[in-house]
Design a protein. Structure first.
Length: 158
């Protein structure tokens, strides 16, 4: 797969805005199918003691619950973000790793479609992070979600 640039310049056309300034869903019907992949990450910062307790919280295992929540969220992205296309996802992987006083979350999403899966990957890690936050907020109200970032997107012609 060849990486595609993530950064966009200020002069780029906004594809979700018509010339008249109206919002619109982009017509991808004429584009060829491609194998698409996106990787995103997020971090939940917390006290180290909270991080050590994540698998045994009063609400249950936060890491496993967040993993499932992230996968489910990727599948429902088009219902959450108004102008996203519903996509046939072929693979969703959400992994969480405790590192000191943080949970590092990584999401990988793949499809064969006419548009990319960046929003699905970003939604997966965001919802996984919010799930960790929700499950641990009673014991650590000082937590924060940070660094929700698209790490990579690729497109491979079929």
């Amino acid at each position: 797969m060849c990486p595609v640039r993530i950064e966009q310049g200020m002069g780029d056309e906004l594809s979700h805005v018509s010339e008249a300034g109206d919002v619109r869903m982009v017509d991808v019907g004429g584009k060829p199918l491609s194998r698409r992949r996106a990787i995103a990450r997020a971090t939940v910062l917390m006290a180290p003691e909270t991080a050590r307790r994540l698998s045994k919280l009063p609400k249950g295992d936060a890491l496993t619950t967040a993993q499932v929540a992230g996968i489910m969220a990727a599948k429902r992205t088009s219902e959450l973000i108004p102008l996203c296309h519903p996509l046939p996802l072929s693979h969703v992987e959400v992994s969480l790793a405790v590192e000191g006083g943080a949970v590092q979350i990584r999401g990988v999403v793949e499809t064969t479609a006419q548009t990319g899966v960046e929003m699905e990957a970003l939604t997966a890690v965001s919802i996984a992070a919010l799930t960790v936050y929700d499950m641990a907020k009673a014991i650590d109200p000082g937590m924060s979600v940070s660094d929700v970032t698209l790490v990579e997107k690729t497109k491979e012609p079929l």
